[in-house]
Design a binder for this molecule. Structure first.
Ligand SMILES: [Zn+2]
Length: 258
């Protein structure tokens, strides 16, 4: 299983098993509604000033918003999370994915091109650098108990410090976006988000391949049809899952395209 292969220890796996799905969804909600949905440029800032780095910076802004507020007491107060530990599931998964496991989607010798993936690498590697002195995030090699092979894992030593780092990153990304600081956007994206560590990449691809799971997941919606009773009232909705993904997408494009 993916979690067993890549998550460092039983305690962290337990956190992710318990809170991972919920915090992942909350993170998406915070990303879309409060992340992308908030913020303002300075009046004299050209909205296109970050040019080809703009998308990645905007995704980083939304993700950092979500990461920072994931650990906010307000989420407990609102009853959205039940535990003060829950945010750690998202912090670990996010950093592990950005530093390592999303590389499973990249072909050998290729770089990171898609802006959401660039953003995740940007946040994770930059956070790693910012916390290096205090050893907030580290890479450790552990040998597999069965095969004895050495495997790389991510360890987060200080979640409170990591949240402070996310705050620092969020402030800087907001500044870059608000002021249209192209040079700094380029420096961050070129420095952290594109290039791939070849050794780590090879290792991730090999470990991932053995798990025999798809690198992406998607979903198919059921085709719904209404059933009418004798008085023309709707009495049931029939769900049919036989449509293929391609057929579904083509049908959506035909029926709902603008
Ligand atoms: Zn987004």
């Amino acid at each position: 299983m993916f979690i067993e292969e890549f998550v460092i220890d039983a305690q962290t796996r337990e956190l992710i098993d318990t809170y991972g799905n919920l915090t992942d969804e909350l993170h998406t909600d915070l990303h879309e509604c409060l992340g992308h949905g908030s913020g303002k440029l300075l009046p004299e800032t050209d909205p296109d000033s970050l040019k080809n780095y703009g998308n990645t910076i905007e995704e980083a802004r939304a993700d950092l918003f979500g990461l920072y507020y994931m650990a906010d007491k307000k989420l407990l107060e609102l009853g959205l999370l039940q535990s003060e530990e829950a945010f750690k599931a998202q912090y670990y998964s996010y950093i592990m994915n950005g530093l390592m496991t999303q590389l499973a989607r990249i072909k050998p010798d290729k770089q990171i091109e898609e802006s959401h993936m660039q953003n995740r690498a940007l946040i994770a590697w930059w956070a790693y650098e910012l916390g290096k002195e205090e050893n907030v995030i580290e890479f450790v090699k552990l040998s597999d108990s069965v095969t004895n092979e050495l495997k790389t894992f991510v360890r987060i030593n200080d979640y409170t410090a990591l949240r402070r780092i996310f705050a620092q990153q969020l402030a800087e990304i907001q500044r870059i976006k608000g002021m249209g600081d192209f040079d700094k956007a380029r420096e961050l994206v070129e420095g952290y988000a594109i290039k791939v560590d070849k050794t780590l990449h090879t290792e991730v691809l090999q470990r991932y391949e053995r798990l025999n799971i798809a690198p992406y997941k998607g979903f198919i919606n059921p085709v719904m049809s209404l059933k009418y009773g004798s008085d023309n009232q709707i009495v049931d909705v029939k769900l049919d899952y036989n449509e293929t993904y391609t057929d579904q997408m083509m049908r959506y494009s035909k029926d709902y395209s603008l």
